[in-house]
Design a protein. Structure first.
Length: 223
């Protein structure tokens, strides 16, 4: 009987890409349009991870503007013009992706809508790295619901036991736990703000820099 395929699934924002500035600038452009005062980058970063709708709701409420109609649609228009102004890959990500391919299939799971996700992947030259990509506006509920992750597992012919999710948030950790897959938390991205100093990842790993991911993948391959 052959060995079961392995799968490494990456989150996007805060794991592969540093998009804090573009998200913050887009949220603040919307806030200023509606008569509010801009928020700090750290404040907006704490709102990221559960999809654009919640990001907009949180940003507007933090600016004292409530939940005005059309805010989400306008944010997506603004952000669509700023996707790659400042957004970049974290140092060490290309090497990490190469190492992941040495272990098994590689897919992407994000709560960001699919269209901007694909635009960013293309713009940063990594669209071809992923077997499958699922965004937050598709047929499946957003993370931490495990359905989208389990669909990626199914598509790759893997199992939860042969799958690793790499993310940067408690949402990613909870998604992995609910799906029964291993988890590695990247502590170099948005997690520097959103996670406590001491992070518990049962039966998993943490890394302080993307350069630490290849060693995690080696360890995962041995399990």
């Amino acid at each position: 009987m052959g060995q079961l395929p392995r799968l490494i699934v990456f989150d996007l924002d805060g794991t592969l890409i540093d998009s804090r500035r573009d998200l913050t600038d887009s949220a603040n452009a919307l806030i200023v349009e509606r008569g509010g005062s801009p928020l700090t980058e750290d404040a907006v970063s704490r709102m990221v991870g559960e999809g654009a709708r919640l990001l907009v709701q949180r940003a507007m409420q933090a600016a004292g503007l409530g939940d005005p109609p059309g805010a989400l649609e306008r944010f997506l228009e603004i952000y669509g013009t700023r996707l790659l102004v400042h957004t970049r890959l974290y140092d060490g990500v290309p090497e990490a992706l190469a190492a992941a391919h040495g272990v098994g299939a590689v897919s992407l799971l994000t709560n960001k809508p699919l269209a901007p996700t694909r635009h960013i992947l293309e713009g940063l030259g990594i669209a071809g790295e992923f077997r499958d990509v699922i965004g937050g506006d598709g047929a499946f509920p957003r993370k931490p619901d495990p359905a989208s992750l389990l669909e990626l597992v199914r598509l790759a012919g893997a199992t939860p036991g042969t799958t690793l999710l790499v993310g940067d948030s408690a949402i990613d950790r909870d998604t992995a736990a609910r799906a029964g897959v291993r988890c590695c938390l990247a502590l170099y991205g948005f997690s520097r703000i959103t996670l406590p100093e001491r992070v518990d990842v049962p039966h998993g790993w943490t890394v302080d820099h993307a350069s630490g991911l290849p060693a995690v993948f080696e360890a995962f391959a041995r399990t």
